[in-house]
Design a protein around this ligand. Structure first.
Ligand SMILES: [Zn+2]
Length: 224
């Protein structure tokens, strides 16, 4: 699954698990946690294979243990954002070492990326996330001039990096030439554009606030 689907579904699953009890989630963190197991792509140079220990329940439960001990249930939606990456996304589109280090077998349906199933799951997730965001007020907050939105730069950077990564890893350059010939490919590219623009606008709104605060401070200093 692409970062797109991982981020969208991380948001949906985290909101479901947060429910009314844990209230509002910090969305930039949820989106980043939704893609964090793929950090192994960057550890390839150290002999780490993709979809191994960073895609196991055990690894993340250990990583989250200190936070669970301190913050208790509040942390669960954030842990869910990580776990859904491999137990849902990569499980349906790919296969992963879910039970490392106890069992080194790969589990999953091993569906291909850019298959109809994958693209339907990813764009479906994006639409669902957008709908949830609209109705729970997150969309409005994420598009408002709010300093916290500056942190949407991190998921923005992660998504852009993943797009560049796949542009090199998968022969996307020749594929781009066929974008309008393949509806499946055109759909996933368009979905990426939609999410990238959304993350960029949210970041820009945050930056507007920073700029505003900066000029406000300057003005206060002047009038002292
Ligand atoms: Zn993954």
């Amino acid at each position: 699954m692409f970062f797109l689907g991982h981020m969208a579904w991380a948001y949906v699953w985290a909101v479901v698990f947060a429910g009314k009890r844990w209230g509002k989630l910090f969305v930039p963190a949820v989106l980043m946690l939704g893609v964090i197991p793929d950090i192994d792509l960057f550890l390839w140079g150290f002999g780490v294979e993709h979809h191994t220990f960073t895609h196991s329940f055990f690894f993340w439960i250990v990583m989250f243990a200190p936070f669970l001990a301190v913050y208790r249930g509040k942390v669960i939606p954030y842990l869910v954002a990580v776990v859904q990456h491999f137990a849902f996304g990569d499980f349906f589109v790919g296969d992963v070492m879910l039970f490392w280090p106890f069992n080194l077998s790969y589990f999953g349906f091993n569906t291909a990326m850019i298959s109809v199933f994958d693209v339907a799951l990813e764009t479906g997730g994006l639409l669902l996330a957008a709908g949830v965001m609209y109705f729970n007020g997150d969309l409005k907050r994420l598009l408002s001039v709010d300093v916290r939105n500056v942190l949407m730069f991190f998921p923005f950077l992660a998504l852009v990096t993943s797009m560049l990564f796949f542009a090199v890893d998968v022969p996307i350059i020749p594929l781009v030439a066929h974008i309008w010939l393949s509806p499946v490919f055109a759909t996933i590219v368009l979905a990426h554009i939609v999410l990238v623009v959304f993350l960029a606008v949210s970041t820009a709104q945050g930056l507007r606030r920073v700029q505003h605060l900066g000029s406000l401070r300057f003005w206060i200093k002047q009038s002292d």
